[in-house]
Design a protein around this ligand. Sequence first.
Ligand SMILES: *[C@@H]1O[C@H](CO)[C@@H](O)[C@H](O)[C@H]1NC(C)=O
Ligand SMILES: *[C@@H]1O[C@H](CO)[C@@H](O)[C@H](O)[C@H]1NC(C)=O
Ligand SMILES: *[C@@H]1O[C@H](CO)[C@@H](O)[C@H](O)[C@H]1NC(C)=O
Ligand SMILES: *[C@@H]1O[C@H](CO)[C@@H](O)[C@H](O)[C@H]1NC(C)=O
Length: 384
Amino acid sequence: MDMWHGLVCVAVLFAAEIGAITVIGQDVTVAAGDDALLFCQLVETTEPLTSVIWQRQTKEKATNTDFFAVTSDGKEEHINGLRDRVKFTGNILRLNGSILLSNVTALDEGIYTCIFSIFPSGPYKTEIRLTVLVPPVVSVSTDVPPVAGDAEEILATCTAANAKPAAEVLWSLGALSDSVKVQTNVTVDSEGRFTVKSSLIGVASKDLNQKKVQCLVTHPGLKGKLELNYTLIIHYPPEVVYIISAGDQGKACEFQCEADANPKPTNFIWSRHFPVKEPLSSGVNSCQLTPDSNGLYYCVVSNQYGKAVGSLYVHVTSTESTACWILFIIALLVGVLVMIQCPLYLQNRTRRVDVWVVQTSLLGPYLAVVEGLILLTVSFFPGT
Ligand SMILES: *[C@@H]1O[C@H](CO)[C@@H](O)[C@H](O)[C@H]1NC(C)=O
Ligand SMILES: *[C@@H]1O[C@H](CO)[C@@H](O)[C@H](O)[C@H]1NC(C)=O
Ligand SMILES: *[C@@H]1O[C@H](CO)[C@@H](O)[C@H](O)[C@H]1NC(C)=O
Ligand SMILES: *[C@@H]1O[C@H](CO)[C@@H](O)[C@H](O)[C@H]1NC(C)=O
């Protein structure tokens, strides 16, 4: 007896399931700025439709609020300000209650309810979730330029701001992947928007200056992957100072002091003494080489992080000599020589002079990475 009872019950439920009047809806996800088709359809009825009403519930307004209604005679009513952003795209006769919500913003995200009123059995409804994807605003920068040193610092930060959901931020580091690490922080604001900050952290060294990295941002609201190129900027004090001849061969008595530094050196001081005493005025354009001109000349270069010195040995003689090469070898043995101009023949009236340029700063491997050179042209032989 009990078993029969149970079977009947199941049969009734089954029938109800098959023939039930239902509203079919479909959750939808769109990117901000796009249009959202909110699909809603009533099925399994022949009863006359009196109206379709749309309500929504958003973060801004957490209670169900009517915003659109259409009656069986096709009369549309816009309520509560969405106005021309809502367009009825369904078909009353076919019990299609779909609407198009144009130019969707993050504030439109929420639960939409579509209610069909039919006579006599009453209202039927369903809920549709509208999810709005907000693509990130992206940038790569450094708040404070990293300065070469021993401690780990933030070398660059890639930011994908105000996105929904959170964007994925990755770095393409190439050869740098061994020397830097990545730290990523995510924050969320009151509107549920995520800001992802991914920082490159490493020991800032001069070698990293001008190295290229790439920040890769992916987000479902973006059509493709964003690639942001960035060139690392590392500040460092002058590390290499060297002096080159600036004039043409034969009448060269101008020398340029060059430095490897970032930012570019702000100050160049020439002197015959080190530490500097009696700085020589640069730009004196006279080529009088006398025996008094012989000796060491120093160029002190500085930026806000420090200074460095380069030196130049000038020897004026009337005979060509092999001393230059001896000097070269000595300097090599001492291990300080980096550049030698050997010799420069300077024609000064009838006298033939050799000027030897011996550098004492250590160029070593840095020679190839000279960035942002500043050239200072000086004549350091004041007229008599
Ligand atoms: C209902 O209307 C929408 C929007 O016009 C349309 O995409 C959909 O195919 C219609 N559904 C049916 C079952 O006709
Ligand atoms: C879409 O909405 C945004 C923000 O409300 C507005 O600035 C923009 O002009 C709108 N675009 C169109 C095509 O209506
Ligand atoms: C990430 O967050 C932690 C904890 O709030 C903070 O100490 C760290 O400096 C942040 N890192 C970056 C790269 O912003
Ligand atoms: C970024 O760099 C890559 C190679 O490193 C290059 O192919 C690409 O064109 C660059 N993109 C932009 C926008 O400059």
